[in-house]
Design a protein around this ligand. Structure first.
Ligand code: SF4
Length: 99
């Protein structure tokens, strides 16, 4: 999988939620089906082959809704200690700008 550092990555083509109901991923406050929708969305994310890429994208871009099996509230906490995938991969390749 090639990574496009401009922000919109190729991983989106492999997303398990591509043909799913987006209402389960962007749940409105006060929705009486909130819990059921969240559980359904999490189940899709759990088997998604690009969950890590999706989470990375959502953390970096401050997305709202469920991305990478997390809510935006959970990602606010995650963001404090987050190292983007591109940075981790660069370190593995030995690029000096991230060393
Ligand atoms: S992790 Fe969840 S929200 Fe992200 S692409 Fe996969 S199914 Fe969609």
């Amino acid at each position: 999988m090639e990574e496009n550092l401009s922000g919109v990555d190729d991983w989106i083509a492999e997303a398990a939620c591509r043909n799913q109901n987006t209402a389960n991923f962007f749940i409105l406050r006060g929705d009486p089906q909130q819990r059921a929708k969240r559980i359904e969305a999490y189940a899709v994310c759990k088997v998604c082959p690009v969950q890590r890429e999706c989470l990375d994208y959502a953390v970096i871009n401050h997305e709202l809704g469920i991305w990478g099996g997390t809510t935006d509230r959970e990602r606010r906490i995650i963001r404090r200690n987050w190292t983007p995938l591109s940075e981790k991969r660069a370190k593995l390749k030995g690029y000096s700008q991230f060393a």
